[in-house]
Design a binder for this molecule. Structure first.
Ligand code: C2O
Ligand code: CU
Length: 490
């Protein structure tokens, strides 16, 4: 049954009405909060050692698949955006060799790594200079859908494709019938088939610069056969620098089973907003043989089909769709009664730039002059708690935004003082989303949370020792000041 855009919007408007309830802290009615997840089994010892070599280099490639333009991509190997699959308990030994012209690093987004494996240049390691290699060694403590990317010149490096997906298996209490990774990424390709600038002052000072061509798994249109009447897991990764997806399924039933790799009590997906760096795992019940199920992005004025899955073969399941939950989380549970409170406000810099620009129309000639003057040299437009990450990168490390104590519980409020949406990411932790003042969210864990314009979101976590970045994941906002770090003393 197809949902029209109009009925969908009406549905969403209806959902909006419920958000006040959530804002007031009522968690009982929230999907995800009710049913128990099966207790996770102990992690089996004797995991395998998994060696991978990731050679960061420029390679000619086809970001939109065969028939599309050939461009100088920056990739970690011959396959752009590789998918690494390891089992829970395996140790990953990833050797990153840098054959680029500039320094790089690998950050394992969402994985609760020991701090010295977190891949943040100057903060947790020296940058990997051209010609150098760096070894990352860790055993992921949680299964789930993660990804990795450099933490240097992110708009330019990830913009050219430098990233990969890390799947840690071992969370399925009931095995699914198929498992598909779907990476959504737009590319900044110009009319001449070459790269457009990865940053623009118009984008960097507002909601970010959009790509001109969309892709899923480096194909302009992604299609695949799936078993008929089967429960298929979709691991959806938003690798885009800027775009917030609004996901829905047509042609079959679907439930959300994990958010940013963290299990959640399955609930039917109506609409799911997935900002840059966020992941969502869906379990879908595929239709009868010959029929199609589609994953749609409703965010743009024209619907975009992210994936078309066509059922084939014998039916695998009988009876109604009853999505089986993943094993419960192993992430430490924060003690809310004893938690200390933290507050982070996300704003434009107090100087001229962003605050002024917010009030200007981009087509206004005055805005153009102002923007051009701002774009000469690195300009910070954004701040956390009124402090901008310095424009010269991480070399001169600013003081931490807060000093925490390892093992202690914290409730942090994230306050968005801007008219733009910001996907806020905390390194090294999966946090509980406690409340959101302007959206309806289930009780869930995440490592990146969309904070709506003028919204206040509360998260809770048990602090892990180390130096952890907190920043917006719109890549141009990282490069223009909306970043800081927390020091967690042992
Ligand atoms: Cu994917 Cu510092 O982030
Ligand atoms: Cu942002």
């Amino acid at each position: 049954m197809a949902t029209t855009l109009a009925t969908r919007r009406a549905l969403l408007a209806g959902l909006g009405a419920a958000s006040a309830l959530i804002a007031a802290g009522a968690s009982q009615g929230r999907p995800g909060a009710g049913a128990q997840l099966p207790a996770p089994p102990p992690i089996a010892g004797g995991g395998r050692r998994r060696d991978v070599v990731l050679v960061a280099a420029e390679r000619q490639g086809l970001p939109l698949g065969p028939g599309g333009p050939r461009l100088p991509l920056w990739t970690f190997g011959e396959t752009p955006i590789p998918v690494l699959r390891i089992a829970l308990g395996d140790s990953l030994h990833a050797r990153v060799a840098n054959r680029l012209r500039e320094h790089t690093s690998a950050h394992w987004h969402g994985v609760r790594v020991p701090n010295d494996q977190d891949g943040v240049q100057y903060l947790t390691q020296p940058p990997i200079e051209p010609g150098q290699v760096h070894d990352y060694v860790f055993t992921p403590p949680d299964p789930g859908t993660f990804f990795f990317h450099p933490h240097c010149n992110e708009a330019g490096q990830v913009g050219r494709g430098l990233a990969g997906v890390l799947v840690v298996t071992g969370d399925e209490a009931q095995p699914s019938d198929d498992d598909i990774v779907l990476v959504s990424k737009d590319w900044r390709i110009g009319p001449d088939g070459g790269w457009l600038p990865f940053e623009t002052p118009e984008g960097a000072s507002r909601s970010g610069t959009y790509g001109t061509r969309r892709s899923v798994n480096c194909q302009a249109t992604f299609a695949r056969a799936v078993p008929a009447v089967a429960d298929v897991r979709l691991r959806i990764v938003n690798l885009d620098s800027t775009r917030v997806l609004d996901l829905g399924i047509e042609g079959g039933e679907a439930a959300v089973i994990a958010t940013d790799g963290n299990p959640v009590s399955p609930f039917p997906i109506e609409s799911w907003r997935l900002g840059p760096a966020m992941r969502v795992d869906l379990l879908v019940r595929t239709p009868r043989a010959g029929q199609k199920l589609r994953l749609i992005d409703y965010s743009a004025s024209e619907l975009y089909t992210l994936a078309t899955l066509t059922s084939a073969g014998q039916a695998r399941r009988r009876g109604p769709f009853a999505p089986s939950p993943l094993y419960g989380s192993r992430v430490p549970v924060p003690d809310l009664a004893a938690a200390e409170r933290l507050s982070f406000s996300f704003s434009a810099t107090s100087g001229a730039s962003a605050a002024v620009l917010d009030g200007l129309n981009a087509d206004d000639p005055l805005a153009k002059v102002l923007l051009d003057s701002l774009c000469t040299g690195e300009q910070t437009f954004w701040a956390i708690n009124k402090t901008s990450w310095p424009a010269d990168g991480h070399r001169a490390l600013p003081p931490p935004l807060a000093v925490l104590k390892a093992g202690r519980s914290y409730v942090a409020e994230l306050v968005n003082l801007t008219p733009h949406i910001h996907p806020i990411h905390l390194h090294g932790h999966s946090f509980d989303v406690l409340s959101a003042s302007r959206q309806t969210l289930p009780a869930m864990k995440a490592d990146t949370i969309l904070v709506q314009p003028r919204e206040r979101v509360e998260i809770a976590f048990v602090a892990a020792p180390g130096a952890w970045m907190i920043h917006c994941h719109v890549l141009e906002h990282i490069d223009h000041g909306m970043m800081g770090w927390l020091k967690v003393a042992p």
